[in-house]
Design a protein around this ligand. Sequence first.
Ligand code: HEC
Length: 196
Amino acid sequence: MLRTLRSRVIAGVAVLIGIAGLSFVLAAQPQGGAALVEFTADGKLKLPTGYREWVYVGTPLTPNDLNGGEAPFPEFHAVYIDRESFTHFKKTGEFRDGTVLVKDLVGVGTKEAPSGKGYFMGDFNGMDVSIKDSKRFKDEPGKWGYFTFGHKPPLRKEAVMNNAAACNACHQNNATLDWVFTKYYPVLRDAAPKSK
Ligand code: HEC
C-alpha cells in the first residue's frame, strides 16, 4: 500500500518535471522556433513574414484628402509588435531589446460603405519596420534600426538599413516612448502598466 502510494507520488513528480521542462523549451523558442526576423550575411533585413499573427496595436491614417492631395504617407499604417515584446511591454511599459515593429501600409480603398462615408482599407502596398537591437544597431540612436520595403508593390525582398537622418531622427525627436509613437496605438496605451 505504502509502496504503491510512493511510486504514484514519484510518477506524479516525474510528470510535473516533464511538463515544466517542456514549457521551458517552448518559452525559449520565439514564434514557434523561428527567429522573428532574418538578416542576410551583409546585414540586409529580409522581408518579414508571419507578423500578421503578432499583436496588432493600431492604425494611424494620413489620407491625401486631409493633406492637400499629397500626403507623404497616404495609406493606413497598421502596426504590429511581436508577441514576446508585447508581453514584456505589458509587464514593464518598456520595449525590450529585440523588439520588432512592423507597419503594414494599406491603401485607401473605397470611401463609401453601407455604414456611411469614410475611409475603407484597400490593398496592401508597402511595409516599414523598426527593430531595437543593442548589438546589431549599437551605433544607432536608441539602438533602433529602420527599414523600408517600399510603398508600392512589388515589395523589396531585402532592405538595407536607412540612415539615421531618413528615419531614426524624426522618431527620436517626436516619438512618445523610446522612439515609438505609442500615443497613436490604443492597444499599447491600454496594455501599459497603469502606474506609468
Ligand atoms: C517626419 C517624421 C518621420 C519620419 C522621417 C519617419 N517616420 Fe516613422 N513614424 C512617424 C510617425 C508620426 C509615426 C506614427 C504615426 C503614423 O504612422 O502616421 C511613425 C510610425 C512608424 C512605425 C511604427 C512604429 C512606431 O515607431 O511608431 C515604423 C515601423 C516606422 N514609422 C518606420 C519608419 C521608417 C522605416 C522610416 C524611414 C524610411 C520612417 N519611419 C521615417 C514619423 C516619421
